[in-house]
Each structure stands twice: as structure tokens, then as C-alpha cells.
Design a protein around this ligand. Structure first.
Ligand SMILES: Nc1nc2c(ncn2[C@@H]2O[C@H](COP(=O)(O)OP(=O)(O)OP(=O)(O)O)[C@@H](O)[C@H]2O)c(=O)[nH]1
Ligand SMILES: [Mg+2]
Length: 694
């Protein structure tokens, strides 16, 4: 294999709504470039990119794959990402290491919620964006309609570089506006021809629009354009490239991935017009151990700065860490420094990846992507650098989970194995989280959707040989009081020898939501010696943990000890602790205790036509709509919804919106549970308690 310079590299993140044809396009690109000798297909389960058992059986991509090909003195790295919303974490990490997001849009479905979502991630990272309108061979494909939609949503800088000749079953070629030539399909190939007469007029007009867009992207070109009314071929090409690099032009390509149509033209334009890592010139990072910004030149001669963007562990291979070298060079046998975990790492074999296949290369230069065998203490998002020149790259900000489920070991005694397995799976996939919730006594797993968690549990079984069962998670309710009361807690025992004596007067009063717990003393004249006060507080805290309504932890209240008595001989910490607990229970019982439930901020994005249904559904979940924002044909609904009503919400939303709705959520606050619902919860908790006592 040839050695490439940074300028000869192109990194493409291939993204889209689910099923737009990313994996098929990547396969066709590799085949066209001769990187593979057989054109695999998703439907047959033999692509280079979707090679996991999970992916083959479900016929969808689940994890990002790294692939590469050579085309005309350039190396093109492709990160094929899943489109299914549950795996958005893969897109968040994949687009972090690529200079261009190649966004596919299905010519049948047009711009979808997933298209929006990947666009926003690319926009946030400030990388170049290009579109490929795919599936033009399918019946009902409508190129112009999709272009209009894309322009409505992403602006008129989204502009066709190509127009299809025919659509659906009549799709037979492409007019390339850069070259002003036609390419007629012959098998997987295409023959150059002149533009068909019926498209001449349209091609001319569209080219003019393109030239104008290129001119507008660059002031110096705009002047020339005004002077001469056009641009030279040379000016146009330089301007187009610059416009794409500076996000002033988002070129639109077209074709059919499974037929390989339009793929060669795409590769050629990628090499000619897409940014190389060197086009960004500099890399912003932080000095190690400080918040000071540091700027590195993107070059092999700069100090090493590499980011780990993905970790996989596979049978027979062990752990592989995928990385991008932003500057410098990473070599096998070298000692480097992980500036996030403060660990020295020795670099083992380095590979260039092609999905399931890999080839040892020994090194990776600035701008390039690769994988390295097991590192000791390095995680996704960590920086590898030179110990002598330590820096830290910005971490990858993964999204908050949108779903929580409880799990239980199928076989008793497997709990530890499960915890170990889950912790490895979290290493591979930081959007998957697990915690043992002591409050509700359940192991809770969190993720981006039900399918996500289903796959994680499958993997646990396959990779670690332990089975977990999913169950409905309990809600971490809380309890609080609504009135101010006072009560005495007196504990007195006389049983033979030394007795027990503790006596305190407590005042309990409500605090605001989220204020937690406060304990104060207003003892005058030593009615209760100060040395016993911490014991009283301890008793109060213990009683708070048990709750008075339905056994949930109490919060948002203030307890004041303001009086009491003691006995010179019989008083002890234990007696005062019990007295504190008794006094607290008595006081809170009369202080209008209530149940609180966690309420979440929920943001739902849906195509306009589903608005009514989604809002109705949110209301039936006791949701309060906070507002709506309209974003072209999509609506963003913000609402507050109790966690208890969000069980399996992603699945409901999916079926309610034909898979076109998305949601995100984050904890907002605790709120009083409505009376009728509280009664049910109290009854349930009494029943469980009785069962446990039997
Ligand atoms: N007719 C036709 N079918 C296509 C084309 N591209 C993809 N498909 C089919 O569309 C389905 C999805 O294709 P994939 O390549 O898996 O799509 P994807 O975007 O990678 O899907 P995810 O990664 O799961 O989001 C498969 O059945 C493909 O055969 C195309 O250009 N024409
Ligand atoms: Mg795919």
C-alpha cells in the first residue's frame, strides 16, 4: 500500500436517517475503487461494513464501521454509521473525526427527522456537509421534490451538482453539472455522453445557479462574476472547493447505491472538491493540566494528538481502539501518554480497517484514521499524546439516555458477571449506562431506545455467557411534607441495670422543591447537651430514608430540634437516635405528608402531520406542553412529563409517527403526585410490604 500525505486524505462520515442506503453506498464505493472484489449487499448480509451478528440478522447497521479505499492518489476513509435513532451515539463519535458529513437522503422519503438530526450534529462540529440523494432507481423516486425539501430545510447553499436522467424505472443516467456531461449507466459502469437534448435547457439553468452560488461563496469571485457574468472553469473549481470547505456550499449528488450508479462520479468529486484534514490548518486543544487553549498545526511534524473515538472487543481479536491522529504520527512500539487517564501506553499493532477486515500498517499520520490493539487504560474520547508535549483534545459529548429499564439476573449468583459484562459493553458504547439503584433496589440500565438495550442484553449473553431479564423499572418516588408541625420523641427504657433515656422536641417544616434536607438546633440552656444532637439528626435521617407515606425517601424539609430533656446517667447516643427517629415520625405524620415523583423535560421532534397525535398522547401521559417551535416541516414540542408515564415512550412515539418521531429527555424536578395516583402507589407499596413480611 502506498503512503499518503495529509493533503491526500479525505475523511467522510456517512450518515442519514435509518435505511437510506449508507451501508450499500459504502460497499459500492469500495467495490468501485477495487478495495473489494465482490459487491456485497445488506439484504444478503455480506457487506464489509455490517458484519456483526446483530447487524446481519436485523439487516440494519448498529455500530459505526471504519473502511477505506484508494482513489486517484488519495485515500478516502469512510465511517459508515447507523441511521436508527437508538444508535445516535455512533454518529456523535463518528462525525467528530471526519471533515465531511456525507448525508444520504432517500429519493422516496425525502428529508426525515434523522436527516435533521445528523445535520445538526455535523453543524455543531462545524464540518463540511454534502448530500447524496439515493434510491433514484426506485418507483416513486422524486429528485426535484427532495432537492426542494433539502433547500427549504438546509438553505439554498444546498445545491445540486448533478441531475438525474429519468427517475424510478426510467433512471438511466446522470448529468454532471461540474463537467456538463452526461453519464449513461451500463451495468455497474457509466459511459460518458453529451447531455440529452431534453435536459439541455435545465442543465444550463442549473449550472448557472451553481456558478452563482460558487461566486457568492467568495467575495473575490463575486466581483469577477459581476464583471464578466460568469467564472472561468478554473475559478469555478477553486471556488467550489473553497465553498464546500467553508460550509458555504453543500453539494447535492445523486444515484443508486445498490446499482453502483453515480458512485464513481461521487468518488471523483470527493477527491477534487472535498476538504482534506490539512485544509483546516490548525487544531484547537487544551494544554495538559490547565484550561489554556493551545493551537497545533495539523501536520505530521507537529506533536502527537490522537483521539480515541470508538472501542470494540471481538472474539479472537480482543479489544481494538479506533483513533484519529489529528496531528503528528502514531507508530507501533512507541510510548505515548493518555492525558485524560494519566497513563502511559505502549502502542501495539496498528491497522487500517475495512469493516471486518484489517491490515497492519505500523503507523498512522496526521489526518488519518486507524485502529490499535488493546490499550491498558484508555477509553472512548481520550487523548493520546506525546509525554513531552502533553495536550488534551475536547472530549466527545454523548447524548443523555432516553430510556431506562430494570434487569435481573436469570440465574441467581450471576449478578457480578452481569455487572462486569455491562461495564465492558459500556466501554464499547458510552451511551449505554448501568447503575445499581439502592433506593428502589433494582439494577437499572439506560440507553437510547428499546432496541439499543435489547441488543446490549443480547450481547451480554453472546459475549459473556450470562443472561439478564428485563423488567419494568420502579420509579424513584420521594416523600415530603406540606405543613409545619411539632412533636415530641421520647425514648425511655428501664430494664435492670442502666436505663435508656432520650427526649427531644422537633419541629418539621416544608422546604422548596430541590432544597433537600436541613437540620437546625435551637436548644437553649443545654436542655439537650450538644453531644447528643448529632445522634438525634442521625435518627431523623434514618427515619427519612424509610418514609412515612409509602416507604420512599423523604426530602425537601427542615427539622429543628428546639427542646428536650436528658438524664445524667441513662442518656446515650443510641437513646437520642431512637428519640429523634420517633419524634420525626410523629411530627411528619401530622405534617400532611405527600408523595413526589420525578418529572422530566421531554423534547419531541416530529413531522408536522403527527403534531396533533403526539400532543394528545403527551397529555394522556399527564404531560404539560411548555411550547412548540416550528422548523420548516418539523415541529419541536417541549413538555414536562412524569417519569412514570415515560415507560417505553420511544417505542410508542415510533409507532405513533411511523418511525419519524424522535425524543430526548432530561431530569427536571420532583413534583407532587396527583391524589388518585398516589393512592394507587401507596396501596401497591403496602401490598409488597405485606408480601415481604409473610
Ligand atoms: N432499490 C434500491 N434499494 C436500495 C438502494 N440503496 C439501498 N437500498 C436498499 O435499502 C435497504 C437499506 O439499505 P442500507 O444500505 O442497509 O441502508 P443504511 O442507510 O445503511 O441503513 P442503516 O445503517 O440501518 O440506517 C436495503 O434493503 C438496500 O438493499 C438503492 O439505491 N436502490
Ligand atoms: Mg447501514
Amino acid at each position: 500500500m502506498k503512503e499518503f500525505k495529509t493533503e491526500q486524505l479525505r475523511n467522510l462520515g456517512v450518515v442519514a436517517h435509518g435505511g437510506a442506503g449508507k451501508t450499500s453506498l459504502v460497499e459500492a464505493m469500495l467495490y468501485t475503487a477495487g478495495a473489494t472484489s465482490r459487491l456485497g449487499s445488506v439484504d444478503e448480509g455480506n457487506t464489509l461494513s455490517d458484519y456483526n451478528e446483530d447487524e446481519i440478522s436485523r439487516k440494519i447497521s448498529i455500530s459505526a464501521s471504519l473502511l477505506h479505499l484508494e482513489w486517484k492518489n488519495s485515500k478516502i476513509n469512510l465511517v459508515d454509521m447507523p441511521g436508527y435513532a437508538d444508535f445516535i451515539g455512533e454518529v456523535v463519535s463518528g462525525l467528530r473525526v471526519t471533515e465531511t458529513a456525507l448525508i444520504l437522503i432517500s429519493a422516496l422519503s425525502g428529508v426525515e427527522v434523522g436527516t435533521e438530526q445528523v445535520w445538526s450534529i455535523a453543524e455543531k462540529y462545524g464540518i463540511s456537509r454534502a448530500f447524496f440523494i439515493n434510491k433514484l432507481d426506485k418507483e416513486h423516486a422524486e429528485f426535484d421534490k427532495v432537492v426542494t425539501e433539502a433547500q427549504k430545510r438546509f438553505g439554498h447553499q444546498a445545491i445540486p451538482l448533478q441531475i438525474p436522467i429519468g427517475e424510478g424505472i426510467n433512471f438511466k443516467g446522470i448529468v454532471d453539472l461540474v463537467r456538463m456531461k452526461a453519464y449513461l449507466f451500463e451495468g455497474l459502469e457509466a459511459k460518458e455522453d453529451k447531455i440529452p437534448q431534453e435536459l439541455e435547457e435545465k442543465a444550463k439553468k442549473d449550472k448557472e445557479k451553481l456558478v452563482e452560488a460558487v461566486a457568492e461563496a467568495e467575495d473575490s469571485l463575486l466581483e469577477k462574476y459581476f464583471e464578466k457574468g460568469t467564472l472561468t472553469e478554473e475559478e469555478f473549481k477553486i471556488g467550489l472547493r473553497q465553498g464546500i470547505i467553508e460550509h458555504k456550499i453543500f453539494p447535492i449528488f445523486c444515484g443508486s447505491a445498490t446499482n453502483g450508479w453515480g458512485v464513481k462520479l461521487l468518488l471523483e468529486h470527493v477527491v477534487d472538491f472535498f476538504p482534506s484534514p490539512a485544509d483546516f490548518g490548525e487544531l484547537k486543544c487544551k494544554e495538559y493540566g490547565s484550561d489554556k487553549e493551545k493551537v497545533l498545526k495539523i501536520s505530521v511534524n507537529s506533536p502527537l494528538a490522537a483521539l480515541i473515538f470508538r472501542i470494540i472487543s471481538e472474539p479472537h481479536v480482543g479489544e481494538l481502539s479506533f483513533f484519529k491522529v489529528f496531528s503528528g504520527k502514531l507508530k507501533t512500539g512507541e510510548d505515548v501518554f493518555n492525558s485524560v487517564t494519566n497513563t502511559a501506553e505502549r502502542i501495539g499493532q496498528i491497522y487500517a480497517m475495512n469493516g471486518r477486515e484489517r491490515r497492519e500498517t505500523g503507523f498512522v499520520i496526521a489526518g488519518d484514521l486507524g485502529a490499535v490493539v488493546k490499550l491498558k487504560n484508555t477509553h472512548t474520547g481520550d487523548t493520546l499524546c506525546d509525554k513531552k508535549d502533553p495536550i488534551v483534545l475536547p472530549a466527545i459529548g454523548f447524548p443523555d439516555p432516553v430510556i431506562r429499564l430494570a434487569i435481573r439476573a436469570k440465574a441467581k449468583g450471576d449478578e457480578e458477571k452481569i455487572a462486569n459484562g455491562f461495564s465492558k459493553l459500556h466501554e464499547e458504547d458510552p451511551t449505554f449506562l448501568m447503575e445499581v439503584d439502592a433506593d428502589i433496589k433494582q439494577t437499572i440500565i439506560y440507553g437510547q431506545g428499546e432496541l439499543h438495550l435489547e441488543i446490549i442484553v443480547d450481547r451480554l449473553k453472546r459475549k459473556f455467557g450470562v443472561e439478564a431479564e428485563i423488567e419494568k423499572p420502579k420509579i424513584p418516588y420521594r416523600e415530603t411534607i406540606k405543613a409545619k408541625t411539632e412533636a415530641q420523641g421520647k425514648y425511655k427504657r428501664q430494664s435492670g441495670g442502666r436505663g435508656q433515656y432520650g427526649d427531644c422536641w422537633l419541629r418539621v417544616e416544608p422546604l422548596g422543591r430541590g432544597e433537600g434536607f436541613q437540620f437546625e438546633k435551637e436548644i437553649v440552656g443545654g436542655a439537650v447537651p450538644s453531644k447528643y444532637i448529632p445522634a438525634v439528626e442521625k435518627g431523623v435521617v434514618e427515619a427519612m430514608n424509610e418514609g412515612v407515606v409509602a416507604g420512599y425517601k423523604m426530602t425537601d424539609l427542615k427539622v429543628t430540634i428546639y427542646d428536650g430533656t436528658y438524664h445524667a446517667v441513662d442518656s446515650s447516643d443510641l437513646a437520642f437516635k431512637i428519640a429523634g427517629s420517633m419524634g420525626f415520625k410523629k411530627a411528619t405524620a401530622g405534617a400532611k405528608p405527600v408523595l413526589l415523583e420525578p418529572v422530566y423535560n421531554v423534547e419531541v421532534t416530529v413531522p408536522e402531520e403527527f403534531m396533533g397525535d403526539v400532543m394528545g398522547d403527551l397529555s394522556s401521559r399527564r404531560g404539560r406542553i411548555l411550547g412548540m417551535e416550528s422548523d420548516s416541516s418539523f415541529q419541536k414540542i417541549k413538555a414536562l412529563v412524569p417519569l412514570a408515564e415515560l415507560y417505553k415512550y420511544s417505542t410508542s412515539l415510533r409507532s405513533l409517527t411511523q418511525g419519524r418521531g424522535l425524543h430526548s429527555r432530561s431530569f427536571s424536578h420532583y413534583e407532587e403526585v396527583p391524589k388518585e395516583i398516589a393512592e394507587k402507589i401507596i396501596k401497591e407499596s403496602q401490598e409488597t410490604k405485606e408480601k415481604e413480611e409473610k
